[in-house]
Ligand binder design. Sequence first.
Ligand SMILES: *[C@@H]1O[C@H](CO)[C@@H](O)[C@H](O)[C@H]1NC(C)=O
Ligand SMILES: *[C@@H]1O[C@H](CO)[C@@H](O)[C@H](O)[C@H]1NC(C)=O
Length: 226
Amino acid sequence: MAPPPPPIRTHTLHTTIIIIIIFFFLTPTKPTPTPTPAPWPHQFHSILSMNYSGALSLIDLWYDWPNGRNFNIIQEQLGGPPLYDLEWNNGTSFLYHLRGVGSAPPTCRTAQLEVGILRPDWLSGAEYLGQQTVDGFLCNVWQKVDFIWYYEDVATRRPVHWRFYTGRSAHVMTFEVGAVLEDSKWQAPWYCFDKAGGVRTEERLSFADNSEELTQKRSLRGVMVF
Ligand SMILES: *[C@@H]1O[C@H](CO)[C@@H](O)[C@H](O)[C@H]1NC(C)=O
Ligand SMILES: *[C@@H]1O[C@H](CO)[C@@H](O)[C@H](O)[C@H]1NC(C)=O
């Protein structure tokens, strides 16, 4: 016959738990520093669901800081062919379709801005507003110059959502750090260039007379100058 099991020494167990609890409360808590937004990865791909006063669109965002380029491929809900908005760090932007609407040939517009693409640390200096749950994610929230509200997942530090003062907002559906679009896809089509091979500059945008249409479509840049 097996001997009876030894009695559980609940007395000692309780003492241990009480000692642990006392130590927990006696340990001085370090002051928590104000959270700062994670800098953007130098290369990433993101699918953004955009909403501007109920007008919905999907943006394929390819951010490529080392190569000085940024792509917004914009599909309006049940709209025409996607709009390719290719931005270079030297301020040149190409806006084009790869197919025309109906039987029209595809078109290209270029724009010359005074600034390049967003820097990875473009959020530095933003004002911390605390935590809020957005799209089901507990987020840290910052605001930058009454212009943008930025929501970052507390657990993973990935962006979840941002919203402009205009009400235009982005919901981040995917965020692939390190994803790079192949070089050939960054080549603007031939109809963006004149016969001599130069850029056909049709628009000169300054921030004084910003093209509303352009900035409305974009996920971020265009009006981002601090
Ligand atoms: C888009 O934003 C509007 C407010 O501007 C809101 O009423 C609507 O529910 C949003 N739509 C989606 C699909 O999030
Ligand atoms: C900026 O860079 C792009 C890509 O290399 C080029 O096509 C464009 O001509 C450049 N613009 C200027 C103003 O140099």
